[in-house]
Design a protein around this ligand. Structure first.
Ligand code: SF4
Ligand code: SF4
Length: 153
C-alpha cells in the first residue's frame, strides 16, 4: 500500500461525518484475497524474514504478526527494497490474527460496506468493501480483530 497514513493512527485522517467519505484511492484500498496482509505475505520480506523496506534494526519485523501501509502481495513477486523507509513512516503495527477489512472496526460485513471509506469510489471491488480488502484506515475491531481465519469461513 503506497499511502503513508497509518494503520492505527486514523485520528490523523478526518472522517467526514455526514459529508463525503475518503475515496478508496486516497486511503490506499487494496483487495488481497487469500491473505491476512501480514509481513510473511508481503513482497518486501526476505526468505529469512527481514523487511527490506527498512534499514538496520528495523528490518527485524514480525513475519507472523506484522504489517504496514507499504504491504505488497508477495504472490506477484519479491521486491528488494532499498531500506529508505522507517516503521514510523509506514505505520508498522502487529496483530496476532492478521489484518484485512474483516478484522477492521469500520467494516459492516453484512452490508459489504464500511463507515470510513466510500464504497462507490473508483478502485477494487466496485460498489462494495470486501472482507478481504484493506486500507490505511484499518483499526482493530474489538471482537473480529482477534478472530482466526477459520471464523470467517
Ligand atoms: S513491514 Fe511492511 S513492507 Fe515490511 S514486510 Fe511487513 S508489510 Fe511488508
Ligand atoms: S473496513 Fe477498515 S480497512 Fe477496510 S476499507 Fe474500511 S477502514 Fe479500510
Amino acid at each position: 500500500m503506497p499511502i503513508t497514513i497509518g494503520k492505527g493512527v486514523s485520528h490523523l485522517v478526518h472522517l467526514h461525518k455526514g459529508g463525503a467519505q475518503p475515496t478508496k484511492a486516497s486511503v490506499g484500498y487494496i483487495y488481497a484475497p487469500g491473505t491476512s496482509l501480514r509481513c510473511n505475505e508481503c513482497a518486501f520480506i526476505t526468505p529469512g524474514g527481514k523487511c527490506t523496506d527498512y534499514a538496520g534494526e528495523e528490518q527485524n519485523v514480525s513475519a507472523e504478526n506484522g504489517s504496514c501501509n507499504d504491504w505488497q502481495d508477495l504472490r506477484k513477486g519479491r521486491i528488494h527494497g532499498n531500506g529508505s523507509r522507517t516503521q514510523k513512516q509506514t505505520a508498522y503495527i502487529e496483530n496476532k490474527a492478521g489484518f484485512g477489512c474483516r478484522r477492521c472496526e469500520h467494516m459492516d460485513l453484512a452490508k459489504s460496506d464500511c463507515n470510513a471509506v466510500d464504497k462507490d469510489s473508483p478502485g477494487d471491488n466496485p460498489g462494495r468493501i470486501d472482507p478481504y480488502g484493506c486500507c490505511t484506515l484499518w483499526e482493530k475491531d474489538p471482537k473480529r480483530g482477534k478472530w482466526p481465519e477459520s471464523k470467517f469461513q
